[in-house]
Design a binder for this molecule. Structure first.
Ligand code: F6R
Length: 607
């Protein structure tokens, strides 16, 4: 969602801010703006649409200054207009950029209007800007704190004032912000991607913290204005992982990254001799692990589908009843969890608002909580207190791909580590580990078929509706295949469990509604084949994902993509890849904005 970048230092701020905005584009946005402070004056430019349009508007304008703030906005309060775009500037003196939602902005606005304040936008952010301006009495940090104490809602804000040409004030509550430190210059951003070209030393702000940032460093206080200890960390994501590396889109690059980053998810976490996993971040004694009697996996979207694969692994390997839920449902129902329940929160970004709230709810109820997260230092990773990074590297396309496969890898390792304490034999454990080690090579074999998959995909771009069908561990694969295609192509897609077809979805099947089915060689092979025969008999064109050397699968296929054989539990790691490529090539053929599909954001930081 919205992106923030700010700079204070020895260089001209504008080029750094514009580059930061380009690096934040992947988050999804509909307008952008920048403000730079120079000689006691704030110069601001805003534009609806892409950062490119903003840059065109700036061309030929003189915007010098060594301190500035910039923003990409994803509209929540107020339409997509230049007036509503950030930064909001008050009286040419104070500029603010804001991510999040100020829930009580109406009542605050009414009071300000009664005092004669005039507003130029419909946004909640401008209300906060006016409030800070009104509370300002020479000390910007104090004015920010005083104002935030009146606010209900979520925020990550960055404020600049003409009286302080060398200063930015940042604050966060529920919307991420981090400071990138370097010699005589500091960066502030909603995520590290915006400043990784300049520095890897990062301070993540926590909820309720306010930072006063100057060229030479920064100071952090809480909302009581008491000093807070700094906790700077070094991050290892290089700029290269945030570049397309010769691929046309980030999504394609990230699909092709999978064999490499998959190894990163496994590295140092396998004990072949004992046939088990050794996940440091699990941080539990054997006794504590044995006391777990139930697992809950909580996540949204693609992460939840990875979680569904995890359910099969926990039940099969560890004999543990496992439930998978949407974070957005979990947080509002009355989930039954206790100190024997292991609650796993899955999130690529580590910032998904509903998953964060679910984490807090599970903690409040005394469950054992672990985060399985990609972005290092993200809020969920920090608040979980313990857990595991999936090491997928920067994932910038809105559609998640490599984070999904790495989440499954980590879940399999978790399930195996629990399983080896009770249910799973040494031989099975070793077989799983060996099969995991073989996955990258097998992923490569699938990726080599990219051109063939592209040719198949082109033939499906004409359809308005496409169904996906799978059973057992491939049921989540069908759901993920449908999600991937719908979100980037805007074709209506649904995923179904094969056995469920006859109970309703079959009514949708016709020659105009093709079915993509996963028919790999496993215990449900014959049943799946029958279900596919049934949809074919009703005129549906079928695209089948089949195991290589399976000569029978073609009997029910109009189009077929072969994948290498692996253990049944590991099949989703391979079977999803052709569906990612299928979705990608259809979206390209339809000339969609593949990396930034309409209405979607990479990191959903509001409810
Ligand atoms: C789909 C997709 C989303 C995310 C979901 C959760 O391709 O990317 O469905 O999986 O928004 O996001 P994280 O994993 O960041 O919590």
């Amino acid at each position: 969602m919205c992106g923030i970048i700010g700079y204070v230092g020895k260089q001209q701020a504008l080029p750094i801010l514009l580059q930061g905005l380009r690096d934040l584009e992947y988050r999804g946005y509909d307008s952008a703006g920048v403000a730079v402070l120079n000689d006691g004056r704030i110069n601001r430019v805003r534009e609806v649409g892409k950062v490119e349009k903003l840059e065109k508007k700036i061309e030929g304008k003189n915007l010098p200054g060594r301190v500035g703030v910039a923003h990409t906005r994803w509209a929540t309060h107020g339409g997509v207009t230049e007036f509503n775009a950030h930064p909001h500037v008050v009286a040419g003196k104070l500029a603010i950029v804001h991510n999040g939602i100020i829930e009580n902005y109406r009542e605050l606005k009414e009071r300000l209007v009664m005092r004669g304040v005039k507003f130029e936008s419909e946004t909640d952010t401008e209300v906060l800007a006016q409030l800070i301006y009104e509370n300002y009495d020479g000390d910007l940090t104090e004015a920010v704190i005083k104002s935030l104490l009146k606010v209900r809602g979520t925020y990550g804000i960055l404020v600049m004032h003409a009286d302080h040409p060398d200063r930015l004030v940042a604050a966060r509550l529920g919307s991420p912000l981090c400071i990138g430190m370097s010699d005589l210059e500091q960066f502030v951003a909603s995520d590290i991607t915006a400043f990784t070209p300049y520095t890897r030393m990062v301070q993540f702000l926590k909820d309720g913290e306010v930072a006063t940032i100057e060229q030479s460093g920064f100071k952090i206080v809480n909302l009581k204005n008491e000093a807070v200890e700094k906790n700077v960390m070094q991050i290892d994501w290089g700029k290269e992982s945030a570049q397309k590396g010769g691929f046309e889109h980030f999504m394609l690059k990230e699909i092709f990254d999978q064999p490499i980053v998959f190894e990163d998810a496994l590295r140092g976490r396998m004990d072949m001799k004992e046939g088990t996993a050794k996940i440091g971040g699990l941080n539990m004694t054997e006794e504590q692990m044995r006391s777990v009697n139930r697992v809950m996996i909580i996540a949204e979207g693609t992460a939840r589908y990875a979680g569904l694969v995890g359910k099969y692994a926990f039940e099969r390997l560890a004999n543990l009843p496992t439930e998978v839920d949407f974070s957005s449902e979990f947080r509002y129902r009355d989930p039954v969890v206790d100190k024997s329940t292991l609650v796993l929160l899955l999130s690529q970004s580590g910032e998904t608002a509903d998953t964060l709230m679910a984490l807090r709810e599970a903690k409040r109820k005394g469950a054992i909580v672990r985060g399985i997260v990609n972005v290092v230092g993200s809020t969920i990773a920090r608040e979980a207190g313990a857990g595991t990074y999936i090491h997928a590297g920067a994932e910038l396309a809105v559609a998640s791909t490599k984070a999904y496969t790495n989440m499954i890898a980590v879940l399999l390792l978790y399930a195996l580590q629990f399983g080896r304490l009770k249910h799973t034999s040494l031989a099975t454990g070793q077989r799983i580990l060996q099969s995991l080690l073989e996955i990258p090579e097998k992923m490569n074999e699938i990726l080599k078929q990219n051109d063939e998959i592209k040719n198949v995909a082109k033939q499906y771009k004409k359809y308005r509706n496409i169904l996906f069908m799978g059973r057992g561990v491939n049921y989540p694969v069908a759901l993920e295949g449908a999600l991937k295609l719908k979100e980037i192509s805007y074709i209506h897609c649904e995923g179904f469990a094969g056995g469920e077809m006859k109970h309703g979805p079959l009514a949708l099947v016709s020659k105009d509604v093709p079915v993509v089915a996963i028919l790999t060689k496993n215990q449900l092979y014959e049943k799946m084949k029958n279900s596919i025969a049934e949809v074919r008999a009703r005129g549906a064109r079928t695209l089948i994902i089949a195991t290589e050397q399976d000569t029978e699968a073609s009997e029910v296929a109009d189009d077929i993509i072969y994948v290498p054989k692996t253990m049944e539990l590991l099949e989703p790691l391979l079977n999803t890849i052709p569906l990612q490529l299928f979705a990608y090539h259809i979206a390209v053929a339809l000339e969609r904005d593949v990396d930034r599909p309409r209405n979607l954001a990479k990191s959903v930081t509001v409810e």
